[in-house]
Design a protein around this ligand. Sequence first.
Ligand code: EPU
Length: 432
Amino acid sequence: MEVLRIRGGNPLRGEITVSGAKNAALPIFAATLLTDEECVIDNVPDLSDVRYMAEILGCLGAKVERQGAHGWSFKAENIHSKAPYDLVRKMRASVCLIGPLVGRLREAEVSLPGGCVIGPRPIDLHLKGLGKLNCDLRISNGYVHIDGHAMRGGDLFLGGRHGSTVTGTANLLMAAVLAPGRTRIESAACEPEIVDLCGMLKAMGAEISGVGSHHLTVEGVEKLHGCHYRIISDRIEAGTFLIAGAITGGDLTVCGTQPNHLSALLDKLEEAHIETEIVGEDKIRVIPGGKRRPVDLITLPHPAFPTDLQAQMCALMSLTPGLSILTEKIYPNRFMHVPELQRMGADIAIEGPSAIIKGKETLSGAPVMASDLRASAALILAGLAAQGETWIQRIYHIDRGYERIDERLRGLEADIVRLPASEMPQEILEEG
Ligand code: EPU
C-alpha cells in the first residue's frame, strides 16, 4: 500500500497540461465493440479505470493493444455477450457495455452494478430506454438479461429525479446507432463526454443529430466501421488544477483545456474573487492576489456546476473566510470528504444535501483517508494549502482518475511524495 505525504504551504507555479478525459474514454472504449473493424483511440489518460476497461473488453473477446503511453487499439471481431459480476462490480462505468453489446450482438447479460460510496446509483433509466427500443429485459440472480433481437428505433425520455443520466445516454446511443429506424432521445445528457462519444460514433459511420443538446436523433445504420479517434481533454482534471492554483494562492496555467467546458467553474471562481484569464484558445491561468470571497453553489447536469468538482470547491471554501453553501443535486450524499476535511480543522456542517462551510484562514495537516476519486482530490488540495504535514491513505482512489498526480504536482513546486505506507509515522498508522 502507498500513501501520499504533503507538506503544505507552497503556492503552485508553472504550467500543467491536462490529460484526456477519463469519463469520455470509458464509453468510447465500450463503443469499439460496435464494429468488427479496428478502432484506434488517442489521448487516452493512463489510469487504472481505463486499463481496467481495456481488460474487460479483452475478456469479452476483443483484441486489445496499447500503442504508447496514451494510445490503444481494439478489434472486436469475435466477442461474447456476458459481462460477469467480478468484472462489473469493480468499476461501475462498465454498465456502459450494455448498449454496445445489445447493438452489436442483439443480446447482453450484464451484472447489475449496485451502489457505491457516493450513493445509490440505479440504472432504471437505462433499462426503461432499452424497453422503448423494443428490447426484452429480465432480471435474475443479480444480472440483467437483454434480448434485443426485435430491437428497433423508439422515442425515449431520459430525465430522472436528478436530471438526465450521462452513462444512460451513452448506453442508449450505442444501442440505437445499430437499431433499425429512428430513435429520438429527449432529456439526453449534454455533457462534453457525451458530445465526444457522439463524435466517435459518427467517425464510425453513425447518423446522429442534435449533438450537444438535450434532444438527440439517431437514424439506425446496418453496420459501423473502424476509426481513429482522439479523446477530449479532461475538464474535471483541468478544474481540479485551477482550484489547486487558487487554494494555494499560486500562479498556474492549465494548458490543453477547453475553456467553454469550464464556464460554470470560471464563473464561480470570479464570484469568489479569484482571477482567471483565458490565454489563447486552450489555456487558463489562475492569477494570485485578491481576497477570496465565499460562494454558494448547486451542482446540476452540464452546463451547470459539475458534481465532480464539488468536493474540490468544498476544500477551497473551507479556506475562504465567510459562509459558503454547496448543495449537491446529483448525488445528495456525496460528502465523504467532509469528515476528513474536518480532521484538518475545516468547519463544515451537513444539512440534507448541503454542506454549510464557515471558511477559515488556515487548516492544519492531518492523517486522512481517501474514500472516492473526487474526495481524494479535495484532500490533496486541502493538504497543499494546509499548515504542516498531511498523510493521505487509500490513494488507489486518486489513481483511478488523475494520472501521476503527485509527480505532476511536484512539477508545479508542490511538496508531495508517494511513499510506502510503512514510512508513515507509527502513531498515524495505528490511528488508520
Ligand atoms: N440516475 C437514476 N437512474 C438511472 C441513472 C442515473 O436515477 O438510471 C441518477 C443517479 O443516481 C444520479 C443521477 O441520476 O443521481 C446522475 O447519474 P448519471 O447516470 O448521470 O451518472 P453516471 O453516468 O453514473 C457519470 C460520471 C460520474 C459523474 C456523473 C454526473 C462516468 C463514468 N461517470 O456517472 O463521474 O459524477 O456522470 O456527472 O462518466 C467521477 O468521475 O468521479 C464520477 C463519479
